[in-house]
Design a protein around this ligand. Structure first.
Ligand SMILES: [Zn+2]
Length: 409
């Protein structure tokens, strides 16, 4: 907070100096160019996008629970006022939102809350198509239990017709859990195709398709790391996989490269030493997206990242390699392979230490032909089916470990 206040004072001093220098104080109105609300299971994110970094103050009010965000240097509330209509009916935290002029040069945003929240505010630097952003995340006081989703799912599985079970078999068998991770999301769009297709949208569609296919198979179930358009840090994805005792972790992406003719599918496993320059470059791109939530994560748990990064991969790298080989072989049936072998790169998202993990670059979104195919529902289905076939082939050769994932708790 002290840092924040210092930064604010520095910026204020700078603004005053600039105003004196220019002989004008009219520089700062209508800064906000866009507003967004991303409701998600774990938290709701409110984003204010602006031409210049925004100065703000945030404080809670009780009875009823509210959060007040004052935005300085914002004279016109026109764009800001649009936010009032963007609160989703099912938002877990916000019941309504109001925008009003508080005093000259200060717009006030009041969030009426359904319950007390743990707010976090941070600024993001401009990236890709986005300008400066002020992000307000509303977390529940008690984090939701990641196992709750699995138990809900277990209820559905338990509801299967009893006559389908063989005599003498236990009612609930060990189900293998595949965690499917749709890359990017929310404020992190990932790569962008020439026609404007966003990687985050494609990865979600393919991940959702793959989940439906996996869930239709006996003995396997799928859990998505995200099931909507919202941001999740890489570590949050890994935590989810661990929390549900994932047997496999499959992260779905769509590749991009500077050269538009780069094409084909790739499958990566983790390595401290990337196999190629391209793999190193790609890992850098994917890992950079973590910066988007980096501030947030670092304030929440400064040790988590280091712990994850320090854990050894030796126990599962062999199995990751086998899974990657199986999936790559299936992808080779439906698409050109970018590289004939499994590649290795240092992706943070693959650093789930006890779960065989792969990252699939389905195709190049930066290649105009592949971008078109990625947008096609039938092709998304083909991709998902190829990944499913690879996953099944892996499980045939390496059945899931016998203990129940829930028994460990
Ligand atoms: Zn990606």
């Amino acid at each position: 907070m002290a840092e924040r206040a210092d930064a604010f004072r520095r910026r204020l001093a700078g603004a005053i100096a600039a105003a004196l220098l220019l002989g004008s104080v009219a520089a700062a109105h209508a800064q906000i160019v866009a507003t967004r609300i991303w409701p998600a299971r774990d938290y709701t994110r409110v984003t204010f996008e602006s031409r210049q970094p925004l100065d703000y103050s945030l404080f809670p009010l009780k009875n009823p629970e509210r959060l007040v965000l004052d935005l300085q240097g914002e004279e016109s509330g026109a764009v800001l006022a649009e936010l009032q209509d963007k609160v989703a009916a099912g938002d877990p935290y916000i019941s309504s939102l109001r925008v009003a002029v508080n005093r000259p040069g200060v717009m006030r945003v009041v969030l009426d809350l359904k319950a007390e929240v743990r707010p976090q505010v941070f600024a993001l630097q401009p990236i890709a198509d986005y300008g400066h952003r002020l992000v307000l995340d509303l977390y529940p006081l008690v984090p939701p239990d990641p196992l709750a989703a699995l138990l809900e799912l277990g209820g559905q599985i338990g509801a299967a017709p009893p006559d389908k079970r063989l005599p003498g078999k236990p009612a609930v068998e060990r189900l293998a859990t595949v965690v499917i991770d749709a890359g990017h999301g929310g404020e992190d769009p990932g790569a962008r195709g020439r026609r404007g297709t966003l990687e985050k949208d494609i990865t979600l569609l393919i991940a959702q398709r793959l989940k439906a296919l996996v869930d239709a198979e006996p003995g396997i179930r799928a859990v998505l790391t995200r099931d909507g358009d919202y941001y999740l840090s890489l570590q949050a994805r890994v935590e989810k996989a661990r929390a549900v005792k994932a047997d496999l972790f499959v992260s779905v992406h769509a590749d991009a490269f500077i050269r538009p003719h780069a094409r084909g599918s790739s499958v990566f496993t983790l390595s401290q030493r990337p196999t190629s320059v391209a793999a190193r470059w790609l890992a850098q791109q994917e890992n950079d997206s973590d910066l988007i939530g980096g501030v947030n994560l670092d304030t929440r748990d400064p040790y988590l990242k280091q712990v994850l990064l320090d854990l050894s991969q030796t126990a599962t790298s062999d199995h990751s390699q086998k899974l990657a080989g199986a999936v790559l072989a299936e992808l080779g049936q439906i698409n050109t392979l970018h590289k004939a072998q499994v590649e290795r790169a240092g992706f943070a998202v693959l650093k789930a230490p006890d779960v065989p993990s792969i990252l699939v670059e389905t195709a190049f979104i930066s290649n105009p032909q592949e971008e078109l195919r990625l947008r096609d529902r039938a092709y998304q289905d083909k991709m998902a089916r190829a990944m499913l076939a690879g996953i099944k082939r892996y499980f045939q050769l390496h059945p899931p470990r016998p203990q129940s994932p829930l028994a460990l708790n």
